[in-house]
Design a protein around this ligand. Structure first.
Ligand SMILES: [Zn+2]
Length: 258
């Protein structure tokens, strides 16, 4: 009786873990399922099998399969287009359609500095949201970091937040927060550590936005209205306010293409 109960608890734990991995990485749940099968058949330990199978999927198997379905991964290691940290490529959150990838690579040439990406999309299926971003579900969206100055006012490649999110430029409540949209400020809990000495580099952030706007593929860019003003981009109709139902966009740029 007791062992039956324990098997039931184990089954529930496996199911919950599969759901967790699917939400976080899309394909991680399948990798765990495969890990269970391999470990059972070969009598190997799951903790040894899982990282190996995961890396094989992440580095070797999924990129060519995703390509068949119209998604390409943004680079892990590239001189000028880099993830904020290893989390984004390791969790399959760096996939976009080929047009967006090409456009980002071309934009680099116009700005002459590194572009840092955050969450993009998953490798498969239109409509599968990359939480917590509901709209990152079709390969056409990616979040990018602003550019910053260090404490001496010199341009730096550093970013204030470890995750890339949650370091707001203006340390004040936004109208949406005051209107009771509790989620608007939520990214402040997702920074995972911050370097508060960095300041927004208006010149290079503007150059980055200009480079993105120079591409005909760009459909819209979300940043907070006060930043649009500060960066002297009032006339750019494609830079929009994302609305109060979303989160603040004075910690990153949201880019979507047609
Ligand atoms: Zn976004």
């Amino acid at each position: 009786m007791r062992s039956k109960f324990m098997s039931f608890i184990k089954l529930i734990a496996h199911i919950l873990f599969i759901i967790f991995l699917t939400v976080l990485t899309q394909v991680g749940g399948i990798i765990w399922l495969l890990t269970i099968i391999i470990s059972k058949n070969k009598d190997w330990k799951k903790r040894h099998v899982f990282p190996i199978v995961y890396l094989i999927f992440n580095l070797l198997l999924i990129p060519p399969i995703a390509k068949q379905f119209g998604r390409e991964r943004l680079p892990w290691f590239h001189n000028d287009l880099v993830p904020r940290n290893w989390f984004y490529p390791l969790t399959f959150r760096n996939y976009v359609n080929p047009e967006l990838k090409q456009m980002l690579i071309e934009s680099i040439k116009n700005c002459e500095f590194k572009i840092t990406y955050l969450d993009a999309c998953f490798p498969f299926y239109n409509g599968f949201p990359l939480l917590p971003h509901l709209s990152h579900n079709d390969g056409k969206k990616v979040d990018l970091s602003f550019m910053y100055l260090n404490k001496d006012g010199k341009p730096t490649e550093q970013k204030p937040s470890n995750s890339g999110y949650g370091a707001f430029i203006k340390d004040a409540n936004m109208p949406c927060t005051d209107n009771g949209h509790w989620q608007y400020d939520f990214p402040k809990y997702l920074s995972f550590g911050m370097n508060t000495e960095l300041q927004l580099d208006k010149k290079r952030t503007r150059a980055l936005l200009k480079a993105l706007l120079s591409k005909s593929e760009t459909q819209s860019i979300f940043i907070e209205p006060y930043l649009k003003r500060d960066l002297k981009l009032q006339n750019e109709y494609r830079i929009r306010f994302q609305g109060c139902h979303s989160v603040r966009h004075d910690d990153h740029i949201h880019l979507q293409i047609k």
